[in-house]
Design a protein around this ligand. Structure first.
Ligand SMILES: NC(=O)c1ccc[n+]([C@@H]2O[C@H](COP(=O)([O-])OP(=O)(O)OC[C@H]3O[C@@H](n4cnc5c(N)ncnc54)[C@H](OP(=O)(O)O)[C@@H]3O)[C@@H](O)[C@H]2O)c1
Ligand SMILES: *[C@@H]1O[C@H](CO)[C@@H](O)[C@H](O)[C@H]1NC(C)=O
Ligand SMILES: *[C@@H]1O[C@H](CO)[C@@H](O)[C@H](O)[C@H]1NC(C)=O
Ligand SMILES: *[C@@H]1O[C@H](CO)[C@@H](O)[C@H](O)[C@H]1NC(C)=O
Length: 292
């Protein structure tokens, strides 16, 4: 506690300085040129828009989702928009073997991976939790476990390329969100897991950035349909949202906040948590952060 009292202001100052300073680096679309990027859940919505932005920036694009028809069209659009290359592999992220093999195939096709954008989710209605344990488990598997499987499979390649993992989450992964309890839990899980391994990477000097994206309501067809008549907030445009996610990943930011809701970014960023995380690192034996 004494440590906390003596240094709290200093640390708060450093935190604020870092917070303002770290927003200064400029994004250039050229940053993605020739980069090998995977986008999951790319058959529609924000994922599809990310694939299109990446194509226009001249990246190598690898997309996945279940709908083969949609993916085929997106790949041909991407080539037209100027992608260095564009491919798809269709399959379901319920199947962890598929998830693992997808990354291996993507690496083979593109010759490496620079950025892994994890974006897919199980389609989720807005309704009170009524005991559907099966859906809780499915949400965990698709929205969370498959993200761990995909990033684990990609890590060796990402280490080689000093690459980036971009995790698309939600305000529901940072705050209580009624009518979507299963979804919210899976998004909180992403924060717990990926924020923890970000600390491990920091200490173990693994130069793979992890960007957690905290999105408010976005005007994708799925979200508009699910929220219609239930949740009446203003939705932000999916095209701009997709661009902000890519920017945050390219700039190796820890978190990206994107929402129409006033003050949400400021209110959800948690300086208390950041300070405590920073302070508690000193209690660890850092030798134990290295595998094997
Ligand atoms: N839109 C919002 O308001 C909002 C708000 C906060 C956060 N977010 C986050 O943003 C991300 C994208 O949201 P979105 O609105 O763009 O979603 P979306 O339009 O519904 O797209 C979801 C994508 O996931 C794929 N998918 C669904 N089930 C799958 C499965 N079993 N295996 C593999 N892929 C599967 C879908 O393709 P197939 O059906 O072809 O498989 C689709 O490409 C999500 O992580 C979401 O949580 C969105
Ligand atoms: C899971 O995916 C693997 C690899 O794509 C495939 O061989 C296997 O048949 C799939 N399993 C199921 C149950 O669909
Ligand atoms: C990764 O970063 C290290 C340290 O900055 C650098 O020496 C190395 O060349 C980089 N590798 C790639 C592939 O960019
Ligand atoms: C990590 O990788 C990035 C991107 O290649 C590079 O700019 C940075 O210098 C690297 N940092 C360290 C500490 O190696």
């Amino acid at each position: 506690m004494a440590f906390m009292k003596n240094y709290l202001f200093l640390i708060l100052g450093i935190f604020l300085a870092y917070y303002f300073y770290s927003d200064n680096e400029e994004f250039r679309p050229g940053m993605l040129k020739g980069k090998k990027v995977i986008v999951t859940g790319a058959s529609k919505g924000i994922g599809k828009e990310m694939a299109y932005h990446l194509a226009k920036m001249g990246a190598h694009v690898m997309v996945t989702a279940r709908s083969e028809e949609a993916l085929r069209k997106i790949v041909s659009d991407c080539l037209e928009y100027g992608a260095a290359s564009a491919h798809y592999i269709a399959g379901t992220m319920e199947n962890m073997t598929f998830a693992e093999q997808f990354v291996a195939k993507a690496e083979k096709i593109m010759g490496g991976i620079d950025m892994l954008i994890l974006n897919h989710i199980i389609s989720t209605p807005m309704q009170p939790f009524a005991g559907d344990i099966h859906f809780v488990r499915k949400s965990m598997e698709i929205n969370y476990i498959s993200y761990v499987v995909l990033s684990t499979a990609a890590l060796p390649m990402l280490k080689q390329s000093n690459g980036s993992i971009v995790v698309v989450s939600s305000m529901a992964g940072k705050m209580a969100s009624p009518l979507i309890a299963s979804y919210s839990a899976s998004k909180f899980a992403l924060d717990g897991f990926f924020s923890s391994i970000r600390k491990e990477y920091l200490v173990a000097k693994v130069n793979v950035s992890i960007t957690l994206c905290i999105l408010g309501l976005i005007n994708t067809d799925s979200a508009m349909k699910a929220s219609s008549g239930v949740f009446n907030a203003e939705a932000a445009p999916k095209e701009d949202c997709a661009l902000e996610i890519i920017k945050g990943g390219a700039l190796r930011r820890e978190e990206v906040y994107y929402s129409k809701l006033a003050w949400s970014s400021l209110l959800l960023r948690n300086p208390g948590r950041t300070i405590l995380e920073y302070l508690s690192l000193r209690y660890y034996n850092k030798d134990k952060f290295i595998n094997n």
